[in-house]
Design a protein around this ligand. Structure first.
Ligand code: ZN
Length: 136
């Protein structure tokens, strides 16, 4: 697979509204999009950092994976996942990971936030870092 860069870092937040002033007013980053992803039960907010982005993730339901992450983290948010930009197709990258015995969370690419096709790899196979592959 061909990885060109870190596409974004995913950061879980109990409340995007409470987290944003730090990123916008202190760090001077601009939130350019807020989007709800219904099938992942999250609200997302994106901020550009040079060529990469931060993706803030707030749960919209108690059974969201982000809600569970926050619950397991003592009610606090934190670094949630690392996302790579794939230049030669997420489906291709997934097939390559599968052939290398990597545990896949998604067997096929699906629609993610910010107009991306995405798939997740299981942290058991990725040095304990939840890893997202993105294209788009
Ligand atoms: Zn992400």
């Amino acid at each position: 697979m061909k990885i060109s860069r870190i596409e974004h870092l995913g950061i879980a937040c109990p409340s995007i509204e409470e987290a944003l002033p730090y990123f916008e007013n202190v760090l001077g980053l601009k939130c350019y999009k807020v989007e709800e992803v219904a099938d992942q039960k999250v609200k997302t907010a994106f901020l550009k950092v040079g060529d990469t982005k931060l993706e803030l993730l707030e749960p919209t339901s108690p059974d969201s994976t982000i809600a569970k992450f926050i619950e397991n983290n003592g009610g606090k948010g934190g670094m949630h996942h690392l996302a790579f930009k794939i230049e030669d197709g997420v489906a291709n990258a997934l097939a390559e990971c599968d052939a290398n015995g990597i545990r896949l969370i998604d067997k096929a690419p699906r629609k993610g936030a910010d107009n991306m096709q995405i798939a997740f790899l299981h942290p058991k196979s990725t040095a304990s870092i939840l890893t997202e592959l993105c294209e788009g």
